[in-house]
Design a protein around this ligand. Sequence first.
Ligand code: AR6
Length: 171
Amino acid sequence: MQDRLQLVEGDITTLDVDAIVNAAKSSLLGGGGVDGAIHRAAGKELVAECATLGGCQTGQAKITSGYRLKARHVIHTVGPIFGAEDGDEDALLASCYRESLKLAVAHGLKTIAFPSISTGAYGFPMDRAARIAVGEVRAFLEANPSIEKVLLVCFGKESLRIHQEALAIES
Ligand code: AR6
């Protein structure tokens, strides 16, 4: 199990995987942070496809092509805004991971990379978010043997340290 869930430090836009997950906003029309980086790297065809999708609700996910990215697809999910979801933040964040992985399975994808959803502009404490991510991905992998590898991409050393701790606590 452990080897199917891995931590990597770096920029998610560079990864050669079946899908990278985008921490998007509900319009799906691009923004700052990882969303901005993914749209810049993929090229403007990505926002054109996103514009056909009718947005996305918090905790849900939608899939597009990856265009100029090495990743074949982008799975766009909308994380909760910490403190603005009537106490449903944890459940909505867990839903982001689960719904993204369900989409991956439905499209026959085997390798998926996630950023730390909601922990930038949306203000989710990273230690709490990392424990939810690890717990949710582990549970999903146990039930879904078709997924070969899930990467949790840590943007910087501090993020890597926090995710290593979460992995140790949740194992
Ligand atoms: N690769 C991997 N992780 C990254 C990268 C990257 N290139 N760039 C940033 N991160 P955020 P959110 C990390 O703010 O909190 C956008 O404007 C970052 O350090 O990108 O879900 C959207 O349009 C942080 O840990 O996403 C929405 O409006 C994590 O990615 C809103 O921000 C998430 O930070 C979404 O906010």
